[in-house]
Ligand binder design. Structure first.
Ligand SMILES: [Zn+2]
Length: 228
């Protein structure tokens, strides 16, 4: 563990439409290219491309896009980037219908009627943004063939197909299970709270140093355990 080279993580924070805050994408530099975890919302596509370009991520060297879940504030640029950068998209099967159909409620239970009505207005997901993932990832999926020494941890709760990515060095990209806008907490928007709690318990048993959430700043896992 000790002599492992620390991986380069670039946090790209993009603002969401209607002043709904920010969403994070994480760009990982590997020996053979780049891995992008989540792609943000399409409203800030130009900013995202600028950030990718600023470190040398360009068409040809983006090896893989990994999506933590199907929500459109995380998947809004995936189809575009795949086409332009010639890359592949990986996500869990249980959220794939969301991005294939442009429906965030495809696999969710009892969504609030107001949220259901508001979502297409806030995060329209027209045909050009929809896509079929190239790769379905599940618990334990090893990403080392993409030059990324990390594995997939299945952590449903926020959505049925939510996954985390845990690196060999103990960095966890947790999607929207945990969030850190004011302080590290369980995300208040949950599709299944019981599953979310089970996912958190599962994370507590793993060796995790730093958590990189979908929204807010990175934080030490220890802090989140104390808060919960
Ligand atoms: Zn989100």
């Amino acid at each position: 563990m000790k002599d492992r080279m620390p991986i380069e993580i670039k946090t790209i924070s993009l603002s969401l439409p209607y002043k709904l805050g920010h969403v994070n994408c994480y760009l990982i530099e590997t020996d053979s290219g780049y891995i992008l975890i989540d792609t943000g919302c399409s409203n800030r596509r130009t900013n995202l491309e600028k950030e990718l370009g600023s470190v040398g991520c360009k068409p040809g060297n983006l090896k893989l896009i990994v999506l933590t879940h199907g929500d459109f504030d995380h998947t809004g640029n995936a189809a575009y980037l795949r086409e332009k950068y010639g890359t592949k998209i990986a996500m869990h099967y249980d959220d794939s219908g969301m991005v294939e159909r442009g429906n965030m409620f495809w696999n969710r239970k009892n969504p609030n009627i107001i949220i259901r009505m508001m979502t297409p207005i806030l995060f329209g997901f027209g045909k050009s943004k929809r896509f079929n993932p190239d790769l379905c990832i599940e618990e334990g999926h090893d990403l080392s063939e993409y030059g990324f020494d990390a594995r997939v941890i299945y952590i449903p709760g926020h959505s049925k197909g939510s996954v985390g990515i845990l690196t060999a060095g103990g960095d966890l990209f947790c999607g929207d299970l945990l969030t850190n806008i004011d302080k590290p907490v369980l995300n208040s928007i949950m599709d299944d709270s019981e599953e979310a709690n089970t996912s958190v318990e599962k994370l507590k048993k793993l060796r995790i140093n730093t958590v990189y959430p979908g929204h807010g700043k990175q934080f030490p896992m220890e802090v989140s355990i104390k808060n919960s």
